[in-house]
Design a protein around this ligand. Structure first.
Ligand SMILES: Cc1cc2nc3c(=O)[nH]c(=O)nc-3n(C[C@H](O)[C@H](O)[C@H](O)COP(=O)(O)O)c2cc1C
Length: 318
């Protein structure tokens, strides 16, 4: 065992002892409180938050797999629908990327506004890039948000992708991100289908899962602290009016209403550092620097390296 891993384990053990727990900070099984209201769901929804398409792709594949199993299934972006719709379904999956070691704030707020869904079987999935980014706890957090509304946890899965955290390739190292250039791949999609089928199987058996978080140091950095730190390193964040074609993509993607396309300006106080604007602008008109280096968006980075993201066959041509 290398010394950094040993030191991490020692510190984790100390933190575990201090918290009076070994291995998980919280384990809930609301299935014990709310019995699952149906073992053969007919009408399912997969809701997702997705900035660069990874989570959307998995969400749509889960819905397609459920459809093959004879369940009517919708896949919807949370920015297109209100949370009250959850009451209309008897099976729910929620997906989000890991942003700053947790569920993006927009998704958290959306789910907090959801109605009671007592006894509805629920599952969560997250997509992430790289290693050690608090992925498991983020999946747990998403599932807890559903369980807090009365949902019965039936599954959780994590899917590795090529990261969309643009400062990594723009300022730190392209190689770190390119290590994952082949993801998602066929195996990722098979894992996605298996996840969807396992959830249905568990529902049929009425077997809820425990939400079992792990102790990680990223928990201390998640959300606001990391966003604040990232924004501190973003020196410039404006729109180049000469390049901008006013297509509105950045406005659509911004979950914080921070962009005024007519004035070609960004309210950096409101900005939540999600990089949705720079990652999706089709003409690279978002003028952003990170530690002094120009930030290249996800779409441009993918193009530069001739990366073609493989689509699952169920979604080909759709
Ligand atoms: C602003 C931002 C923050 C991120 N933070 C993390 C993180 O804390 N941990 C991690 O594993 N991946 C992180 N990532 C990588 C994303 O989770 C990954 O790219 C995800 O698959 C994007 O999903 P989407 O394409 O559906 O938006 C981050 C990406 C962005 C853009």
């Amino acid at each position: 065992m290398d010394s950094s891993r040993r030191s991490f384990l020692v510190k984790s053990a100390i933190a575990g002892i201090a918290l009076g727990t070994t291995g998980c900070t919280r384990a809930v099984n609301p299935g014990a409180v709310f019995p699952v209201r149906t073992k053969s769901p007919k009408n399912a929804i997969v809701i997702y938050f997705s900035q660069t398409g990874h989570t959307k792709r998995m969400g749509r594949l889960i819905a397609k797999t459920w459809e093959k199993a004879g369940i009517k299934a919708d896949a919807r972006d949370v920015r297109d629908i209100g949370p009250s719709v959850l009451a209309d379904y008897d099976l729910i999956a929620a997906g989000s990327p890991v942003f700053y070691y947790e569920v993006p704030a927009y998704m958290q707020e959306w789910l907090k506004k959801a109605p009671r869904i007592e006894g509805t079987p629920v599952a969560s999935f997250v997509t992430f890039g790289g290693k050690g980014g608090n992925q498991r706890n983020t999946g747990c957090m998403l599932l807890e948000l559903l369980a807090e509304k009365g949902g019965v946890p039936m599954g959780m899965e994590l899917f590795s992708n090529m990261s969309a955290f643009a400062p990594t390739w723009s300022s730190v190292s392209e190689d770190r991100v390119l290590l994952y250039r082949n993801l998602p791949d066929k195996a990722t999609y098979e894992k996605t289908r298996n996840f969807a089928r396992t959830v249905v199987q568990r529902v049929a058996e009425g077997k809820a899962i425990e939400i079992d978080r792990e102790i990680t140091f990223s928990e201390m950095w998640k959300g606001g602290t990391s966003i604040w730190f990232t924004k501190l390193m973003i020196g410039k964040h404006t729109i180049d009016a000469k390049t901008c074609i006013k297509c509105g993509t950045c406005v659509e993607k911004c979950p914080a209403d921070a962009i005024d396309i007519e004035k070609a300006s960004v309210n950096t106080g409101r900005c939540v550092g999600c990089l949705g604007c720079v990652n999706n602008c089709p003409v690279q008109a978002i003028d952003m620097t990170f530690t002094g280096n120009k930030v290249t968006g996800f779409n441009a980075f993918v193009k530069k390296h001739n990366i073609v993201i493989e689509e699952p066959e169920e979604l080909a041509g759709t």
